[in-house]
Design a binder for this molecule. Structure first.
Ligand SMILES: [Fe+2]
Length: 461
C-alpha cells in the first residue's frame, strides 16, 4: 500500500502520525525534525508554538483515520523514511500496595519540623585534601581556571558577586543565565511541560484520568535531552524559580534532579524512567491540601501543619488505583521518611524505606533547599552539601547520598562562587573528605583551603 503524506491542521494531528519534513514555528524556529512520531506532548508543543499545520503521514502500523481536512500534496522530493514507530510496550501487571499500606491511618504526629540550622563555622582545621585531581589548567597564582564542560557562561573575572567588593556593575551569574538564549528556550519548553502537568494532575487526583507512564515522563526526558550536561541542567533548575507554584514547578524540578541522580548512580534505563515518574508524582497529594495552606507564607497553625503533613498519604490514595509501577506509589507515600525513623507519615526505619523513595527524598530536599523561601535566601549547593555532611548520613541511603554529594561538588569544580565574606573566587580543588569545603582561588591568585577556614561558599556567581 502506498503511503501518501498529507498536510494536516495542528488541531487534527493525532499521536502516531509521522512528520514529513521539518516542522517550523511561524517565526521559522525548527520545532520537529522529519520522521518524528507524534505524541500528545509533541502535538501540545506544536500548539504552543502556534504551528498551524504539518506535513505528516500515517505509517502502516498505525490505525488512525485520515482527518477530513487533510490535503494530499505531490511531494517534489521523496519524503524521508519515517522513523520506525516504537512498538507498544507490554502493559505491566497492575501494581498494588500491601493491605497495610492501603489502609494506612492518617498522620497524627503534631511535632513541628525544626528549621534547617545555619551551617556552623568549621571547627576542625586539618587539611585533608587528597583525592580530587588538580585540573590540568589550574595554576594557583593569577591564572584563569578553565572549565571542564562547555558552559552557558564561562567563569571570567568580569562577573562579580552582587555584593562584591570590587563595586563593578556586572550581571550576576544567575541574571546572565536567565538572559541566555538557551535558558529562554528551556523556559518555554518547561512551561509546556508544566501546562500539561497542571492540566492532568487535577484529573488524576479526582480519579478521572489514567496515568500513562511513557506519556507522563516524555516532557522531562525532552528537557533532559535538550540540556546535555549536568552543570547546565542545574543552572536551569536553580534559575527556574519564577514559576513558584507549590506543586508543579517543584515536582518538575524534582523529576529532573531525580533523573540526574539515577543517571549518576548508573541505574538501568527502566529504573531511571521509574524514578522520573516518581519525581513527577511524589507530591501529587498536595492537591488535596487547601491552596491557602500551600501558599501561606506565615507560620502554619498546628491543624494546618497536620493537614500539610498528610500529603504523602493523600498522594498514595490518589495513586493506589493507577496501573503504574508500585515504586512510584511508594515514593509518594515515603519521600518524607528518614532512615533513623524521624520522618513522616509513619516514622519508617531504614530497612522499610524503598531505594526509589530515598532517591526522591534527596532530590526533593535539594530542590527545596536551593529554592528561595519567604523566610530565607536560597542555599548554595555547597551549603546543602554542608548540611548533608552534618546530618545526612543518619537520614538518607548512604550510597545515594555520597554519590549525590560528590557529583554535585564535581559539577561546580572550576565554577565561580561568592564566599560568605562577599569575596568572589574560583573553586580549584575539591576535598573529598569535606566536599562542602574545597580550595578556592581569589581574584588576586591567593588560594584558601576552606576546610581550614571559617569561610564557606554562599552562592554560585
Ligand atoms: Fe512532599
Amino acid at each position: 500500500m502506498e503511503i501518501k503524506p498529507f498536510r494536516c491542521k495542528t488541531e487534527d494531528l493525532t499521536p502516531g502520525m509521522v512528520t514529513v519534513g521539518i516542522v517550523r514555528s511561524p517565526s521559522g524556529q525548527e520545532i520537529l525534525m522529519p520522521g518524528t512520531r507524534l505524541t500528545k506532548f509533541l502535538i501540545t508543543r506544536l500548539v504552543y508554538y502556534k504551528v498551524e499545520s504539518a506535513d505528516v503521514l500515517i505509517p502502516p502500523t498505525e490505525t488512525i483515520a485520515i482527518p477530513p481536512s487533510a490535503v494530499f500534496t505531490e511531494q517534489e522530493e521523496e519524503p524521508k523514511p519515517p522513523v520506525e514507530p516504537v512498538a507498544p510496550k507490554e502493559p505491566e501487571p497492575p501494581a498494588g500496595l500491601s493491605d497495610e499500606e492501603l489502609t494506612i491511618s492518617p498522620y497524627e504526629d503534631e511535632e513541628k519540623p525544626t528549621p534547617a540550622p545555619a551551617p556552623k563555622p568549621v571547627e576542625e582545621a586539618k587539611s585533608r585534601i587528597t583525592v580530587a585531581p588538580m585540573p590540568q589548567t589550574a595554576v594557583f597564582k593569577n591564572t584563569e581556571v578553565k572549565p571542564k564542560e562547555t558552559r552557558i557562561l564561562k567563569a571570567t573575572d568580569k562577573i562579580v558577586a552582587p555584593t562584591g567588593i570590587g563595586g563593578t556593575v556586572n550581571p550576576t551569574y544567575s541574571q546572565a543565565v536567565k538572559r541566555s538564549e538557551k535558558f529562554k528556550t528551556y523556559e518555554t519548553e518547561f512551561a509546556i511541560v508544566l501546562a500539561q502537568m497542571s492540566e492532568s494532575f487535577p484529573k488524576i487526583a479526582r480519579g478521572e484520568m489514567s496515568i500513562h507512564p511513557e506519556e507522563a515522563i516524555e516532557g522531562v526526558k525532552h528537557l533532559f535531552k535538550m540540556i546535555p550536561t549536568s552543570i547546565e541542567r542545574f543552572d536551569m533548575i536553580h534559575n527556574m524559580r519564577e514559576n513558584d507554584d507549590a506543586v508543579y514547578a517543584h515536582s518538575l524540578n524534582v523529576a529532573m534532579i531525580a533523573r540526574q541522580i539515577a543517571v549518576w548512580l548508573k541505574l538501568p534505563d527502566e529504573e531511571v524512567d521509574v524514578v522520573t515518574l516518581a519525581g513527577i508524582y511524589h507530591d501529587i497529594g498536595k492537591l488535596k491540601v487547601p491552596i491557602e495552606i500551600l501558599n501561606k507564607t506565615e507560620k502554619l497553625t498546628d491543624d494546618e501543619f497536620k493537614l500539610l503533613r498528610n500529603h504523602p498519604m493523600y498522594g498514595m490514595e490518589i495513586l493506589k488505583r493507577q496501573d503504574i509501577d508500585v515504586r512510584v506509589k511508594k515514593a509518594a507515600v515515603q519521600h518524607h521518611e528518614r532512615s533513623d525513623g524521624s520522618g513522616y507519615p509513619r516514622g519508617l526505619m531504614d530497612w522499610e524505606i524503598e531505594d526509589e523513595s530515598y532517591l526522591i527524598a534527596l532530590a526533593d530536599v535539594y530542590e527545596a533547599m536551593t529554592a528561595k523561601r519567604a523566610f530565607r535566601a536560597p542555599l548554595s549547593p555547597f551549603q546543602v552539601i554542608a548540611e548533608f555532611e552534618k546530618n545526612g548520613f543518619s537520614l538518607y541511603k548512604t550510597e545515594y547520598l555520597l554519590t549525590f554529594m560528590k557529583q554535585i561538588a564535581k559539577t561546580y569544580q572550576n565554577n565561580r562562587i561568592m564566599l560568605n565574606n562577599g569575596a568572589s573566587a574560583n573553586i580549584v580543588l575539591l576535598n573529598e573528605n569535606r566536599l562542602s569545603k574545597p580550595v578556592v582561588q581569589l581574584n588576586d591568585g591567593t588560594c584558601i583551603d576552606l576546610s581550614n577556614s571559617n569561610l564557606y561558599i554562599q552562592a554560585l556567581i
